[in-house]
Design a protein around this ligand. Structure first.
Ligand code: PHE
Ligand code: FE
Length: 281
């Protein structure tokens, strides 16, 4: 087991330069325009509750104090991606690891690694929601278990298709809750409007079998109807489910299986340009 403390750093908020805050403002304002009527209300409420705004890169200490009051989560600063066991152990303790650096001005649309905009603007508002906050902690505990059992890949797919790229069906229509979408200008339009991707009902085993690609928009999104449903579906012991799935074939990212039906239709149904484009921003 790696030592958690070895991977934690200081954010050093006072050291951000003005041009770094300016990149935050650009990204923030662009996403605020796009996410109206696209992001789920839980996300928008979280963003507002945190007071995350256009001003500049937020100070993690200030956000953590608000988040802690709401759901007992805190943000810890990390230099980049941390080892899986450290990541899971942090989530299990209600600590969200966030990178500190912000992408460069010429990378507004494409970035392979998470940066502070993705981590804070994309992830942290959802942690203000009590049910989602519990889901993330349970995911951390489940991650430590998946590591012991040798089934990290299946569990990682669950994270990818929910926490990063999940969609939520509401009375007002389809909404975004996945952080990888919320922090991406291109994918926040594509995931709801484009005719090409599948939008399938969330099914735990189906998700765990489905491959994903980190370098393009999703070919399949999985749709939940509320966060309690997601939490309930992931509550059972995964150990027998991993064994069951190990005997089944993997499913490619773009496949639809016989008998499957779309859970939701695209909102507008217009083409949005080439399929290959920014994924993780
Ligand atoms: N129930 C899962 C297990 O037994 C843990 C888990 C909960 C995983 C929620 C992901 C999300 O491994
Ligand atoms: Fe992320």
């Amino acid at each position: 087991m790696s030592e958690i403390e070895d991977y934690l750093v200081e954010q050093n908020w006072a050291d951000y330069r003005e041009d770094e805050h300016a990149v935050w403002r650009l990204l923030f304002e662009r996403q605020q325009r796009l996410l109206k009527g696209r992001a789920c209300s839980e996300y928008l409420d979280g963003l507002q509750g945190l007071g995350v705004a256009a001003g500049g890169i937020p100070d993690f200490r200030r956000l953590s104090d608000i988040l802690d009051q709401a759901t007992g989560w805190r943000i810890v600063a990390v230099p980049g991606l941390v080892p899986d066991d450290v990541f899971f152990a942090l989530l299990a303790r209600r600590r969200f690891p966030s990178t500190c650096f912000i992408r460069h001005r010429d990378q507004l649309d494409y970035l392979q690694e998470p940066d502070v905009f993705h981590d804070i603007y994309g992830h942290v508002p959802m942690l203000m929601n009590p049910v989602f906050a519990d889901y993330m902690q349970a995911y951390g505990e489940g991650g430590l278990k998946a590591l012991r059992l040798g089934h990290l890949q299946e569990l990682a797919r669950l994270y990818w298709y929910t926490v990063e790229f999940g969609l939520l069906a509401t009375g007002e229509g389809l909404r975004i809750y996945g952080s990888g979408i919320l922090s991406s200008a291109g994918e926040s339009v594509y995931c709801l409007d484009d005719t090409r991707p599948h939008r399938l009902p969330f099914d735990l085993r189906r998700v765990m079998r489905t491959e994903y690609h980190i370098d393009r928009y999703q070919e399949t999104y999985f749709v939940i109807h509320n966060f309690a449903e997601l939490f309930a579906a992931t509550r059972p012991d995964f150990a027998p489910i991993y064994r069951e799935i190990a005997a089944l074939s993997e499913i490619t990212a773009d496949a639809m299986l016989p008998g499957e039906r779309e859970d939701a239709e695209p909102r507008i149904g217009k083409k949005e340009g080439p399929h290959l484009s920014a994924a993780r921003v």
